[in-house]
Design a protein around this ligand. Structure first.
Ligand SMILES: O=C(O)c1cc2cc(O)c(O)cc2[nH]1
Ligand SMILES: [Cu+2]
Length: 505
């Protein structure tokens, strides 16, 4: 969540995190090379919804002010915690060359591409993040007893991806012996769900590009809307088949059977007021479609569900929560029927895909430990991008205030660094973020009333055309007989002399 340079006691106490771009000494935020400047952090001050009634209890309020109040603000072409890189969609030394990557259906990739993706994930699970570290104590307890140490540590690129998700969903610690407060979620059950997960993926994609030294690397997606109770990507070539010995485990032929999860011990974090660290625990659990206790989540979403949710016109609706009705966001997130009606017992689309996995991937505090999370969210993001393309909403569609805490338009998404707002991710990905999805969106079949309307229009058109042709036909051919006597008038005249018609030659 914070750059390694910024988690020393002195820098934390200064509340200023403005490092120099790598290689340039004493040039905070690249100010001398015109890249950026060290500026006060801007946070959202508008009211949030009633779900979180506390104030000052949680380090994530007005993120990231509890930790830093000055950060790098980069000029348009640059980005990053020290303005050392190009903004999304641009590359080159001067960041003026456009670049775009294509996210594709993992089922349609070649065997080599599939292998390269699996290898990239596995390498990310083992590679220490080059510039970001995690802090594993609340601010109050962040500094060691001597005041000269800070409880922050290294973490691998993939585990960092898991950790940021965990940090965004955790409960608020209310003090020793007290129940933690669960009415918060900085990345789900609100309009920020789509923008938050979009940035989450973008950050992982970038980190993997950097790790591989390959700026064309793109995350693939899993089209989970295939119905039925089979997980088509759960093969040893892709995300791991089911183990033949244990219904809940991944086959030992898959590298993912070797992965170990982090952030398992939520009860401990909630009781002690601690924060998950980079320590790995048990293996990934997964039993696709096997939740016997909950038959509702034994089947994946249907293709029609995607078609239906894309028709919703409102991005989100009051109270901008998991109870919203006719909200595109709440529907794709999966708390409504695919047609948009809120129903507390329903789980659809994104939520259904999570719960279908029935294991690590179905519990919010640990779900990204199962790498299916990446593909599931990449498809969710593809649907979001298609909705943006079809509806071309003005910013007015996204609530500026009264969304649950963390979800207002200008709230800095927790716990990303440098600060990035929901607003910045509410844009067309191909136009502004440097990636596109290769998807064939299914078109909705016509409804009965549409078929009737089309039939009526066709009949009317046919009648008009036939009528028109017939009348022309009659005029051209039928009038020959009618006109001939008239034309003949010029060639004949009536003679009073002999009381006869005389015809001209
Ligand atoms: O119960 C749900 O609806 C549910 C579980 C779950 C897990 C997860 O990681 C999510 O991102 C969402 C989610 N919803
Ligand atoms: Cu999710």
């Amino acid at each position: 969540q914070f750059p390694r340079e910024c988690v020393t006691p002195q820098v934390l106490r200064s509340a200023t995190c403005c490092p120099s771009p790598t290689g340039l000494a004493n040039d905070e935020c690249g100010v001398r090379t015109g890249r950026g400047r060290c500026m006060p952090v801007v946070v959202d001050w508008r009211p949030h919804g009633p779900q979180y009634p506390h104030d000052g209890r949680d380090d994530r309020e007005r993120w990231p002010l509890r930790f830093f109040n000055r950060t790098c603000q980069c000029n348009t072409k640059f980005s990053g915690y020290n303005c050392g890189r190009c903004r999304y969609g641009f590359t080159g030394v001067n960041c003026d060359q456009r670049i775009s990557v294509v996210r594709r259906n993992i089922m349609q990739m070649s065997p080599e591409e599939k292998r390269a993706f699996v290898n990239a994930l596995d390498r990310a699970k083992r590679t220490v993040h080059p510039d970001l570290v995690i802090c594993t104590r609340r601010y109050q307890e962040l500094f060691g007893l001597d005041g000269n140490t800070v409880q922050c540590e290294n973490i691998t690129v993939y585990n960092f991806f898991v950790w940021t998700h965990y940090y965004s969903v955790g409960k608020t610690y209310m003090g020793p012996g007290q129940q933690s407060f669960g009415g918060v979620d900085f990345s789900h059950e609100g309009p920020g769900f789509l923008t938050w997960h979009r940035f989450h993926l973008l950050q992982l994609e970038r980190d993997i590009q950097d790790m591989l030294g390959n700026p064309t690397f793109a995350l693939p997606y899993w089209n989970f809307a295939i119905g039925g109770n089979e997980c088509d990507i759960c093969t040893d070539e892709l995300l791991g088949a089911r183990s033949s010995f244990d219904m809940d485990s991944i086959s030992s032929n898959s590298v993912f059977s070797q992965w170990r999860v982090i952030c398992e011990d939520v009860e401990e974090y909630e009781m002690q007021g601690t924060i998950c660290n980079s320590t790995e625990g048990g293996p990934i659990r997964r039993n696709p479609g096997g939740n016997v206790a909950r038959p509702m989540v034994q089947k994946l979403p249907e293709n029609q569900d995607v078609i239906d949710c894309l028709e919703l016109n409102n991005f989100d609706t009051p109270p901008y929560y998991s109870t919203s009705t006719w909200s595109f966001r709440n529907t794709i997130e999966g708390y409504s029927t695919p047609q948009g009606k809120y129903d507390p017992v329903v789980r659809s689309l994104h939520n259904l895909a999570h719960l279908f996995l029935n294991g690590t991937g179905g519990q919010t505090h640990v779900s990204p430990n199962d790498p299916i999370f990446v593909l599931l969210h990449s498809f969710t993001d593809a649907i979001f991008d298609e909705w943006l393309r079809r509806h071309r909403p003005g910013a007015v569609f996204y609530p500026k205030e009264n969304a649950p805490i963390g979800h207002n338009w200008l709230y800095n998404m927790v716990p990303f660094w440098p600060p990035v707002t929901n607003a910045e991710m509410f844009v067309s990905a191909p136009d502004s973020l440097g990636y596109t999805y290769e998807v064939q969106w299914p078109t909705r079949p016509y409804t009965v009333s549409e078929i009737i309307t089309i039939a009526i229009v066709v009949v009317v058109l046919v009648v008009m055309v036939v009528g028109g042709v017939t009348s022309c036909f009659v005029r051209v051919y039928g009038s020959r007989e009618g006109l001939e006597p008239l034309l003949g008038e010029h060639y004949r005249h009536y003679s009073e002399d002999d009381h006869k018609f005389h015809y001209a030659a």
